[in-house]
Design a protein around this ligand. Sequence first.
Ligand SMILES: Cc1ncc(COP(=O)(O)O)c(C=O)c1O
Length: 367
Amino acid sequence: MKKLIRQGIEDLVPYPPGKPIEELERELGIEGSIKLASNENPLGPSPLAASAIKDKVHTLNRYPDGSGYYLKEKIAEKCKVPADQIILGNGSNELIELLIRTFLSTGEHAVQAFPTFLVYEKIVKGAGGRMSSVPLLSDFRIDLEGISRAITPETKIVFINNPNNPTGSAISKGEMTGFLSEIPDDVIVALDEAYIEFVTDDSVSRGLELLEGRPLLFVLRTFSKLYGLAGLRIGYGFGSREMIEYMNRVRQPFNANALAQAAATAAMDDSEFISRTLRVVREGLQYLYQRLEELGIEYVPTQANFFLIKVPIGGKKTYELMLREGVIVRAMDSFGLPDYIRINVGLQEENERFIRTLSKVLAGHPG
Ligand SMILES: Cc1ncc(COP(=O)(O)O)c(C=O)c1O
């Protein structure tokens, strides 16, 4: 078998599958656990999206609209980018894959920061490419100069996640334009903005303002976070007409399913849900920061809906102990940060329970 697999796949580690919450609860003999581990929206899905799904269910005998016409028109109107510069995906994850399948040949090179979203490396290596990872600066910001320096004549794609998962750090407009001006003309920049809607700092770069005149910039967005549609799998990307046209050649015709298209189109108009989500995240962050400071626990301030917390007993142990108390957080060892956990902001009662449980776990196990 080894001889048959593509180059690069031997090194890959499967995404930790994780058991369904119901199964974990049964095994641990607990009930009512809360999950703060996957940067999801704690409010549930957008109600307008949920109702659009109900209206669409009776059409499921038909294939979806392969052009994603209505959703792309809605995105075009909201984002002020022409529809022929937009592409839809089965989650933005699929668009990362599509970008690589369209542009990166076996043996070619890509660059990313580290730690960052783990999927970039997985997909590059799975396609037989090579990835260079540039460590973050000591304050957890992306080292843009280091990334520029890591680009070689063989580099095809550079991944930038803004704000970056798992640190929540963000790149300013000035830093981003300076960085882009250093990138050679034949290198694609994949700018993943999965969390951009949560940013509160106006000086932070917005990819859509940078598209014009940059034929090799690809901006990724998702309906999984702000709109609460992670389970539906729908993401979108923006690029030059030429880039999108090439990606459409590789794309499977029905990659964005019918329910996802209908739900996402409705969700974009759900301004009440959008404001409520942003409010819950901002107020939740304020509460969590304040309580952690009172407890003398270090954290990394964020521009996203999640953040890192330094735990004296290590992330893995904290994860295991909190799991037994029914609070699911993410240990950061796979991101090279063994002293940290990452949580997303939950509902107020979930945030309170997180703080209570963390205090209990740390008090019972001094570092
Ligand atoms: C940085 C980043 N990009 C993309 C995604 C994936 O988004 P989607 O659900 O649209 O595939 C995530 C999800 O966790 C993420 O953290």
